[in-house]
Design a protein around this ligand. Structure first.
Ligand code: ACO
Length: 430
């Protein structure tokens, strides 16, 4: 097979090398294209553009494969914990027992946030969406740790910041919920592991000892693992591009939270539950909503369906569907929207429109039902996604900085006016 491609431009020929990844995926290296030919490539929404070389996550969208650092997602979701997976993503290898304990301790000791953070939270009006609060609070952490503004810091210093951010994200995420329901904030407690500590800060009360339910801890570990990284998606690309200007890590991650918020990305998990609720209220007719989703004059889309990369199935959705049944059974919950979800899935999977377009349930289709079962309110779902995605964002940020990637700066094809003369306001027509 040829290891270069040739471009014929008029009478001239240019050759561009083909690079091959670990799994034999192939890319044309066009780094010299513009210098040599004056051309740029145009690829709206980067559907065919590799923005970087990365050693963190591998996805094969056609085969439904997802691996973190080479380990299949199915094995990690079954046997690992969110903290272990975070270590794996950040440092490239599974930790020894000692390394994992040190990592856990380093994080758990940093979960407390500055008291002034409470003042910010208190100032938001009631009914504020927790993603906005999370985004701005994470950005504001840079004010408390001005060291993070120095672009070239020691490895130890950067590591401390990373552990601090993972630790404080759980506290801030839980406090956005406490703020929303008007309950007093629960301070972190070092005796709990990361996931139990988060649950305690969400659902604990000052007057009684919080005892985490192992079924809930297990389910949450699994959900966070499944969301932990997904290579160059919208929010991760945002984190990398913001970080490429050497903006600090808090600003970079806050930008990623903003990108995740949209309903076409992480916000889909909230949109799925709202859609399922609306279908239930409307009599539970799945068929009617399938027809709406297919109607090009109707803006309605089947939320939780379709994916830019997975065109066969989303491996995370498969794991979540099984976990969803297990969690509801073990907690003894009968949720009618689960039946609607299953009906929608069955109908869509045998419908020509969805089959032709390779639209399958994605990770968000069933995750909201588990979140609901464990007591997490709908508008906190995307916050949960952000909590899960954090180690992925940071690992990608770290990789980008360690490999000294230049500042991200796409080109464009200008389609506006050609040059024209400025006319002072009094002399303009109309
Ligand atoms: N319902 C109905 N039709 C759909 C859906 C859907 N959920 N998703 C895609 N389509 C149709 C489009 O209308 C289009 O049809 P056409 O070819 O006749 O015009 C075709 O399928 C291709 O869709 P695109 O939007 O071009 O696909 P793209 O890769 O750009 O978008 C996306 C992927 C954004 C995920 C899309 O499928 C979608 O909007 N899904 C619903 C939102 C959602 O669940 N997002 C979560 C994604 S997973 C995540 O971020 C964690």
């Amino acid at each position: 097979m040829s290891d270069s491609v040739e471009l014929h431009l008029g009478s001239e020929r240019f050759s561009y090398p083909i690079l091959t990844g670990t799994e034999n995926e192939r890319a044309v290296d066009i780094a010299k294209l513009r210098d040599e030919t004056g051309l740029i490539t145009l690829d709206l929404a980067y559907k065919n553009t590799g923005a970087t070389k990365s050693a963190i996550t591998f996805i094969d969208g056609d085969l439904g494969i997802l691996r973190y650092r080479g380990y299949p997602i199915e094995q990690l979701a079954e046997h690992s914990t969110f903290m272990e997976v975070s270590y794996l993503l950040l440092y490239g290898e599974l930790p020894s027992a000692v390394q994992l304990e040190q990592f856990n301790q380093s994080i758990i000791r940093r979960t407390l946030v500055h008291e002034n953070i409470k003042k910010f939270l208190d100032a938001y009006p009631g009914g504020t969406h927790p993603m906005g609060v999370l985004m701005s609070t994470i950005a504001s952490l840079s004010s408390f740790y001005p060291n993070s503004l120095i672009p070239n810091r020691s490895v130890e210093d950067v590591d401390r910041t990373i552990h601090r951010l993972i630790a404080k994200m759980a506290t801030i995420a839980a406090w956005t919920y406490k703020k929303a329901i008007g309950h007093p904030y629960m301070y972190p407690n070092n005796k709990y592991d990361y996931v139990s500590n988060f649950l305690m800060m969400m659902f604990g009360h000052r007057t009684e000892e919080y005892v985490p339910d192992p079924v809930v801890v297990d389910a949450l570990n699994k959900l966070l693992i499944l969301h932990a990284d997904h290579e160059q998606n919208c929010s991760t690309s945002t984190v990398r591009i913001v970080g490429s200007s050497h903006a600090n890590i808090y600003a970079s991650v806050a930008a990623g939270i903003g990108a995740l918020w949209g309903p076409l990305h992480g916000g889909a998990n909230q949109a799925v539950i709202e859609m399922l609720e609306a279908i239930k209220e409307d009599g539970g007719d799945a068929q009617k909503y399938i027809a709406k989703a297919k109607d090009k004059n109707d803006p309605f889309r089947l939320m939780g369906f379709g994916h830019r990369v997975y065109k066969n199935f989303d491996p995370r959705a498969k794991i979540i569907k099984v976990a969803c049944d297990q969690v509801l059974n073990r907690l003894g919950i009968n949720d009618p929207i689960l039946d609607i979800a299953k009906q929608l899935e069955e109908t869509a999977l045998s419908d020509e429109y969805f089959v032709e377009r390779k639209l399958y349930p994605n990770v968000d289709f069933y995750s909201g039902i588990i979140y609901r079962a464990i007591g997490i309110p709908t508008d906190m779902f995307t916050v949960m996604f952000a909590l899960g995605r954090l180690p992925g964002w940071i690992s990608q940020w770290k990789e980008m900085r360690e490999s000294n990637e230049p500042i991200g700066r796409p080109r464009q094809l200008y389609i506006g006016h050609p040059e024209r003369e400025y006319i002072p306001v009094g002399k303009r027509k109309g």
